[in-house]
Write a protein that binds this ligand. Structure first.
Ligand SMILES: Nc1nc2c(ncn2[C@@H]2O[C@H](COP(=O)(O)OP(=O)(O)OP(=O)(O)O)[C@@H](O)[C@H]2O)c(=O)[nH]1
Ligand SMILES: [Mg+2]
Length: 311
């Protein structure tokens, strides 16, 4: 079985149109035609970067490097400056090195817990992930452990049907960890390869969230000592700065192995991915670029930067 990377440059490029307007196009406007980049121009660029969700630290790093290199290098042109910004942005992103195919082969069923606040895109992302794994030939089961919201089950049912995978569910208000337990139990019985567990997104009460997530992990772990194999935190790219706060809060209460940034299509706040990557020591695994079942892409740092800078 082989999980091919889902990469679509054109779709990503289109999705990043507004973010490109906010970062790259504004910078290009300021620098175009300038044979020599002066201090006043750098100040303008600093302002653009600071308002673009990439964050203070990354902005300052870029400016520092730009000043240093523009001083020492002969080429002080607009083109060179853009190259400096591009390479500094790239250096804040790290690619995930984990080969999920071989991990699944080693640990079956491979259990992925999906967490995040309300509306971040957890259920949709599970649908997309289920489809990716299914298309790769894996047997997939999804578990509806978001028992908090009445319509949550039906929504996951729709996605399970679309992806053509099995679903395990109990009613609203049942204990989420009992659903997680049953899902993993079923996966063991059926020799499934991949288990995806949806959870409720409540951050207003940290103790509850921590207790709930830990209980889910504990019961899964009783059935399978290696599970959960991944806990993915889903963050809405539209949330900009708030996405960072959410990531920090979740990382405090539970171990997160990967990040998924959704809704990068149509947002002007896509620059947040650089800030998230530089602040959190957790790799971004996937990005959401639309509501369709194929709109979850593997996160490829160099492709992301190229798509952002492509005219
Ligand atoms: N444009 C776009 N919309 C997305 C993306 N991912 C999710 N959405 C939309 O975001 C909305 C919320 O998604 P859900 O998957 O229901 O979010 P959730 O985290 O499960 O929400 P709760 O179950 O309420 O906690 C839906 O309307 C999705 O279609 C994406 O990558 N792009
Ligand atoms: Mg949901």
């Amino acid at each position: 079985m082989n999980l091919f990377k889902n990469l679509n440059f054109d779709k990503l490029k289109e999705g990043l149109n507004k973010t490109r307007d906010k970062i790259v196009n504004k910078i290009t406007e300021v620098v175009t035609g300038k044979a020599v980049i002066d201090e006043a121009t750098l100040d303008e660029i600093e302002e653009i970067l600071l308002s673009s969700d990439i964050g203070y630290d990354t902005t300052e790093k870029i400016l520092e490097e730009a000043r240093k290199r523009l001083k020492s290098e002969k080429d002080r042109s607009d083109v060179n400056l853009i190259e400096i910004i591009k390479s500094e942005l790239s250096s804040t992103l790290t690619a995930s090195t984990k080969d999920i195919n071989s991990e699944i082969e080693k640990n079956k069923p491979y259990v992925i817990l999906v967490v995040g606040i309300n509306g971040a895109g957890k259920t949709t992302t599970i649908g997309k992930l289920a489809n990716n794994f299914k298309q790769a030939g894996y047997k997939v089961i999804v578990g509806a452990a978001d028992t908090f919201r009445a319509a949550a089950n039906e929504q996951l049912e729709v996605w399970a049907k679309r992806a053509d995978v099995q679903i395990v569910e109990k009613g609203t208000n049942t204990d989420p960890s009992s659903v997680a337990f049953e899902t993993v139990n079923q996966a063991i019985k059926d020799n499934a390869d991949v288990v995806l567990i949806d959870t409720a997104g409540r951050l207003h009460n940290k103790t509850n969230l921590m207790d709930e997530l830990n209980k889910i992990k504990r019961v899964i772990n009783k059935l399978l000592p290696h599970a959960p194999n991944d806990t993915f935190l889903v963050l809405d790219g539209n949330n900009g700065q708030n996405a960072i706060i959410q990531a920090e809060e979740f990382a405090k209460v539970t171990d997160i192995s990967g990040l998924i940034i959704t809704k990068l299509d149509g947002t002007a706040k896509g620059g947040v991915i650089f800030q998230i990557s530089s602040k959190m020591q957790i790799p971004v695994k996937y990005i959401g670029v639309g509501e369709g079942i194929t709109d979850l892409q593997d996160f490829d740092p160099s492709m992301f930067v190229s798509a952002l800078f492509e005219k």
